[in-house]
Design a protein around this ligand. Structure first.
Ligand SMILES: [Zn+2]
Length: 210
């Protein structure tokens, strides 16, 4: 009898997982343990209705800022829910325009599934770009060290996953006339800090795999 209970508990968990509310077209991404990401499931992302597209091929990683000042009192998860509602209702986009969001503390959130090209209010085609957005306005705010580290870690993960090089890393303003991602974030792209750190992580991973 005891044995039967032990067998049935994992079976229930497995079954519930199969039919649960998050069984959709986008099963959870498995991030490496060293990259802490708040998954869509964890922040209660609202699913995209309808059939998923043929996944886009990721060829670039492009860094943005949110464009609106972000205060430490503001709740990032509430912001994500509002951004998702606004994107769908007002802009008629399929989801939040970016694939990943980073908050003031450098916490990374998974947003639009990478299968979908991102969206933009400016005249560049983001198809093939993995879009990372740092919440805030870095024309007027300063980027914190945790945020910079999160940009580097996430960019290195994406570059490794999609077999990209540091030449494929850029900021929004590298493609179109815009202030995005703001001078205090863009300076780390312009002076090569982000590319250098990403390269270092990629090389380290490469050595570990050997
Ligand atoms: Zn941008």
């Amino acid at each position: 009898m005891k044995n039967r209970i032990w067998i049935s508990i994992p079976a229930c968990i497995f079954f519930a997982g199969c039919i649960g509310p998050f069984k959709d077209h986008f099963p959870e991404t498995q991030f490496p343990p060293e990259l802490k990401v708040i998954t869509r499931k964890a922040w209660k992302w609202q699913k995209i209705k309808g059939k998923p597209p043929i996944p886009q091929e990721i060829k670039k990683i492009t860094i943005h800022h949110g464009g609106k000042e972000f205060s430490p009192e503001k709740d990032p998860v509430e912001y994500l829910h509002n951004l998702q509602k606004w994107s769908r209702k007002e802009k008629k986009w399929v989801d939040i325009p970016y694939h990943f969001m980073i908050d003031l503390n450098g916490v990374i959130y998974e947003a639009r599934p990478l299968a979908y090209p991102g969206d933009t209010n400016t005249a560049y085609d983001p198809t093939g770009h993995a879009l990372i957005c740092v919440m805030g306005n870095y024309e007027v705010q300063n980027l914190g060290p945790e945020q910079l580290q999160a940009v580097v870690d996430l960019t290195a993960y994406l570059a490794g996953k999609y077999d990209l090089t540091i030449r494929d890393i850029g900021g929004h303003k590298d493609y179109v006339e815009t202030l995005c991602p703001g001078k205090d974030l863009y300076r780390y792209i312009e002076d090569g800090t982000i590319q250098y750190e990403v390269n270092r992580l990629l090389k380290k991973k490469h050595v570990q795999q050997k």
